[in-house]
Design a protein around this ligand. Structure first.
Ligand code: ADP
Ligand code: MG
Length: 454
């Protein structure tokens, strides 16, 4: 039996990958499931205007996605609250078969950033080999390119490529057990399971979890340096997977031989394919910015994109940060993101502030101080208004200031393992509020000033 919310969540998961982020956030994700009435999914829209937009533009894609996830559902109907009394008695919990090949949300499903796909990855000279191998592995995971060792500077797309492999495999080979971990996560989990006094099987479970995988992806393995215990553990995990032809994908900011780890692990890391990613050239950087604009629904012309791509040459994430800054600045002051004067104004601010490195802790601390709330409440579960608004403002500021260097999934983890869609919702809500409410806008500004110590 599946509850209606569960059903809708799975359909959302499929839809998120099929529509633009903007459309998803604004329209699709704001619909609420009511129930199922004769194989028809009933959704309620907050306003009639929203209902009309979805009816006219997104009903077909919703139906298509629904057919992938739950083929027995044949139609979707959008209503408004006014129509609720006229809906017959709907079912809120049904026994419903899943579509073939669809992996539902659950414990076993790894979550990959849905925007990090091969389609969204711009290929140029600097990354074409890495992208080609990644693609070949996604299409045919196993022996041929094993292990894949991806390396390159910060913000050049290593994590993006790993998630692209993950998204692809999850869709094409739903039966495969695949997992993505950051090296830090692996280290922490290992240490925790060593010291877990309550559960004598913790270390056994930890080993079993990693050694039963068909595909293991570990990001930023340079963090294994100086962690001898974890290196030893990784060595055995590696061997177990490798010797039974299971796919291993590793990433690092440097080639295997330069990582400070024991020799035998270095050798193993380098026995398969080593692919490096170099900083992209100007044309590729502009193409990447264009892709991001399309995905986010930003309307920024080539002149402005070129200006950004000329300013930042070695880190795509920073380039995106600059783009986001221009957009949020123009939204705040009500200007045109294509007006060069405004862009310069926005970037002046960017350069001033990018000198000091700001991290999530500083943003959280400033928010807590400003609203006089405790950090554990801010990142915790409380739903009272005096906590919810500060929490949403904090999330908005994190997204705005840290940009892509802090993926929504990680922010969600930080805020008590909340779903990334919740983070997205908070971010967009405050971004809207900044336009509609002077109070919120000035709170955001005050906290921002606090963070930058102005
Ligand atoms: P890394 O893991 O190498 O530090 P990421 O994979 O996190 O870098 O990439 C940083 C940002 O740059 C991400 O938002 C990613 O989508 C983007 N990016 C990097 N390379 C490309 C590319 N070739 N095409 C599109 N986006 C890219
Ligand atoms: Mg990365």
């Amino acid at each position: 039996m599946l509850k209606i919310n569960q059903i809708w969540k799975n359909i959302l998961l499929e839809t998120e990958a099929k529509v633009s982020t903007l459309a998803y956030d604004l329209y699709i994700n704001s619909l609420e499931p009511v129930g199922i009435y004769h194989d028809r999914l009933i959704l309620v829209a907050e306003t009639r205007a929203l209902k009309n937009i979805v009816d006219n533009n997104y009903k077909d894609v919703l139906k298509k996605c629904m057919a992938v996830v739950f083929p027995s559902l044949i139609d979707v109907e959008i209503i408004t609250e006014d129509d609720l009394p006229n809906v017959g008695s709907v079912e809120k919990e049904v026994n419903i078969p899943l579509g073939k090949g669809f992996v539902p949300i659950g414990e076993e499903r790894a979550t990959f950033v849905s925007q990090y796909t091969f389609d969204n990855f711009v290929v140029g000279k600097s990354n074409e080999y890495a992208a080609a191998v990644a693609r070949a592995i996604a299409e045919n995971p196993g022996t041929r390119y094993n292990p894949l060792f991806l390396w390159g500077g910060v913000g050049l797309g290593k994590t993006h490529l790993m998630h692209a492999i993950g998204n692809y495999i999850q869709r094409t080979f739903p039966e495969k057990r695949i997992m993505y971990v950051t090296c830090e996560q692996f280290v922490n989990e290992f240490i925790e399971s060593l010291h877990d006094t309550k559960n004598p099987n913790a270390i056994k479970n930890f080993r079993a979890k990693y050694r039963k995988l068909d595909i293991l992806m570990m990001d930023d393995v340079q963090f294994l340096a100086k962690k001898e215990g974890t290196q030893e553990e990784m060595f055995h995990t590696f061997n177990e997977l490798y010797l039974s032809d299971r796919q291993i994908i590793l990433s690092s900011d440097r080639p295997p031989k330069e990582i400070q780890i024991e020799e035998r692990l270095k050798t193993r890391f380098g026995t398969g394919v080593i692919a490096d990613i170099q900083p992209p050239n100007l044309e590729t950087r502009i193409a990447i910015l264009q892709k991001k604009c399309n995905a986010k629904g930003y309307n920024v012309n080539i002149k402005v994109l070129t200006l950004i791509a000329e300013k930042i040459t070695t880190n795509i994430r920073e380039m995106e940060g600059m783009l986001n800054r221009i957009i949020s600045y123009s939204t705040l002051v009500g200007g045109d993101p294509n007006d060069i004067n405004m862009v310069n104004e926005a970037l002046k601010d960017y350069e001033d502030s990018s000198n000091d490195i700001i991290d999530i802790e500083q943003i959280v601390a400033a928010t807590c101080e400003y609203f006089r709330v405790k950090k554990e409440d801010l990142v915790g579960k409380k739903k009272t208004k005096d906590i919810v608004i500060p929490r949403q403002i904090c999330i908005y500021l994190i997204c705005d200031i840290l940009g892509q260097s802090m993926p929504l999934v990680s922010i969600g983890d930080y805020f008590g393992k909340r779903d990334h869609t919740t983070i997205m919702h908070a971010r967009d809500k405050i971004s809207e509020e900044c336009k509609n409410s002077d109070v919120i806008a000035s709170q955001v500004k005050d906290i921002r000033d606090k963070i930058y110590n102005r």
